[in-house]
Design a protein around this ligand. Structure first.
Ligand SMILES: NC(=O)c1ccc[n+]([C@@H]2O[C@H](COP(=O)([O-])OP(=O)(O)OC[C@H]3O[C@@H](n4cnc5c(N)ncnc54)[C@H](O)[C@@H]3O)[C@@H](O)[C@H]2O)c1
Length: 374
C-alpha cells in the first residue's frame, strides 16, 4: 500500500484552483511515491467552501480554516489565501504538526518570514513556497547550461516581471493594494518571482539600490457610489543588484505595463555566451555561445522536449509545449516526493525568507535613497 498525503486547501480563488489542477495533474503525470488525497477545502464561508469542494473534487469542506488546520485527517495545509493570512495560517498548521505548502510571497515582511521558517524547522515539518516558474523544464535547462559552464562565468542578470492587470486606473480596488493585506505591491506580487529566479540561476543577492513608485494613487471601490480607495503600495519597482559571486544585474517589475500579460523575461550574460527566456514563449530558450565558428554565431532557439528535465512526463513529443499549470504540477511533485521520501524540498520557507529579505531591502533602499547591504 502506498502512503497517503491528505491535503487541506485554504482559499479557492485563482491559486486555489491552480493548486487543485496541480494535485490532479501531478497524480496523473508523475510516478509518485504515494497517493495525494484531496481531503478538505476551507474558504471564507461554508457555502462557498462546499461549492468549491464539489467543483474541485475534495471530500469535505468548512467555512473555518482553523477547523481544517486542526483536523486529524489532514497531513498538509495548502495556503492559497491573501498574503496577510499566510503567517497566521502557517504558524497554526505548524503547531498542529502539518506540512505547509504556501503561496508567495511567504510573508508581509522578512521578520514574519523568519518566524515562520524557524517554527517549521523546529517542528520538523516540510514546507514549499509557490515560486513555480523555476519548475519549468525550460528554466531547469537554463540552470543546467549555467552549471555546466556552457556560457562561462555569469556576469550579468537582466530580469523583468511586468503585467498590465492594474494599468487601467479605473480597475477597482482589491486586497492587493492595501499594505495590511498585501504588504508590498508589484514588488511582492511579481517582483518576488524574478528575485527568486535571479537567486536560483545566479547567486544570493548581496547589495542593492532600488526605487519604487505608485502611479495610480486612488482607485474606485466596486459597488459603491463613486467611492475611491488609496493605493498603499508600489505599481512599479526597479533595482540594481550585486550578487555574492561578483555578477551584477537589474531587476524590475510593474503591474501597470500596458501590453505585458505575463512579461517574465530575463537575459543572462556569461563570459562565453548568453541565455534569454520569455515566459510568453515558455517552451523556448535562446542560447548564444561564443565557441561557435565566427561565421556561424547567432542565437539558436532550443524548443524543450523529452530530453529536457521533467518534460517527458507530460509528453513524448518534442516542441509540443507545456503550460503554466504544468509548472505547478512539477512543484507539487517536488513537494510530495520530499514529504514521502523525507528529502529536501526547494524552495522551502528558508528560501522564501531570502526573497522577503531582498524585498525589505528594496523598500529600505527606496526610503533612504541609498545602496543597502543585505
Ligand atoms: N505563484 C503564482 O504564480 C501566484 C499567482 C497569483 C497569486 N499568487 C498568490 O496566491 C495567493 C492568493 O492569491 P489569489 O490570486 O488566488 O487570490 P484570490 O483573491 O483569487 O483568492 C483568495 C482566496 O482566499 C479566500 N480567503 C480570503 N480570506 C480567507 C479566510 N479568512 N479564510 C479562508 N479563505 C479566505 C478567498 O475567499 C479566495 O477564495 C496570494 O498570496 C498571491 O500572492 C501566486
Amino acid at each position: 500500500m502506498k502512503p497517503e498525503l491528505r491535503i487541506g486547501l485554504i482559499g479557492t480563488g485563482y491559486m486555489g484552483k491552480a493548486h487543485c489542477i496541480a494535485f490532479q495533474t501531478a497524480s496523473a503525470v508523475f510516478p509518485l511515491s504515494g497517493t495525494i488525497v484531496c481531503e478538505m477545502v476551507a474558504d471564507i464561508n461554508a457555502e462557498l467552501a462546499a461549492q468549491k469542494a464539489t467543483e474541485f473534487g475534495f471530500k469535505r469542506s468548512t467555512g473555518d480554516w482553523r477547523e481544517l488546520v486542526n483536523d486529524p485527517n489532514i497531513d498538509l495545509v495548502d495556503i492559497c489565501a491573501p498574503n496577510y493570512l499566510h503567517r497566521e495560517m502557517a504558524l497554526a498548521a505548524i503547531a498542529a504538526g502539518k506540512h505547509v505548502y504556501s503561496e508567495k510571497p511567504l510573508a508581509l515582511n522578512a521578520s514574519d518570514a523568519l518566524e515562520m521558517t524557524e517554527a517549521a524547522e523546529r517542528a520538523g515539518v516540510k514546507t514549499l513556497v509557490g515560486f513555480n516558474y523555476t519548475k519549468n523544464p525550460t528554466i531547469q535547462l537554463a540552470k543546467q547550461i549555467i552549471e555546466r559552464g556552457e556560457i562561462g562565468e555569469v556576469v550579468h542578470f537582466r530580469g523583468t516581471f511586468n503585467e498590465d492587470y492594474l494599468a487601467d486606473s479605473q480597475t477597482p480596488f482589491s486586497w492587493r493594494l492595501k499594505r495590511e493585506f498585501s504588504g508590498a505591491g508589484t514588488l511582492g506580487d511579481m517582483g518576488s518571482h524574478i528575485i527568486n529566479i535571479a537567486q536560483h540561476l545566479v547567486a544570493p543577492i548581496e547589495q542593492l539600490c532600488a526605487d519604487l513608485q505608485t502611479v495610480h494613487k486612488q482607485r474606485p471601490i466596486a459597488d459603491t457610489d463613486g467611492e475611491t480607495g488609496r493605493v498603499e503600495n508600489d505599481d512599479q519597482v526597479h533595482m540594481m543588484v550585486r550578487f555574492n559571486n561578483g555578477a551584477i544585474g537589474t531587476l524590475e517589475s510593474s503591474r501597470i505595463a500596458w501590453g505585458r500579460k505575463n512579461g517574465l523575461w530575463f537575459e543572462i550574460n556569461g563570459t562565453r555566451g548568453t541565455l534569454i527566456f520569455d515566459q510568453q514563449r515558455l517552451s523556448e530558450l535562446q542560447l548564444y555561445t561564443a565557441t561557435d565558428a565566427s561565421n556561424r554565431q547567432g542565437f539558436r532557439t532550443i524548443l524543450t522536449g523529452p530530453e529536457h528535465p521533467d518534460y517527458q512526463h507530460f509528453c513524448v513529443s518534442a516542441g509540443h509545449g507545456i503550460g503554466y499549470n504544468d509548472m505547478k504540477a512539477v512543484e507539487v511533485r517536488d513537494l510530495v516526493e520530499g514529504i514521502f521520501n523525507q528529502t529536501p524540498i526547494w524552495p522551502d520557507f528558508r528560501a522564501a525568507y531570502e526573497v522577503n529579505k531582498v524585498m525589505d531591502a528594496v523598500e529600505l533602499s527606496h526610503r533612504q535613497g541609498s545602496w543597502i547591504t543585505l
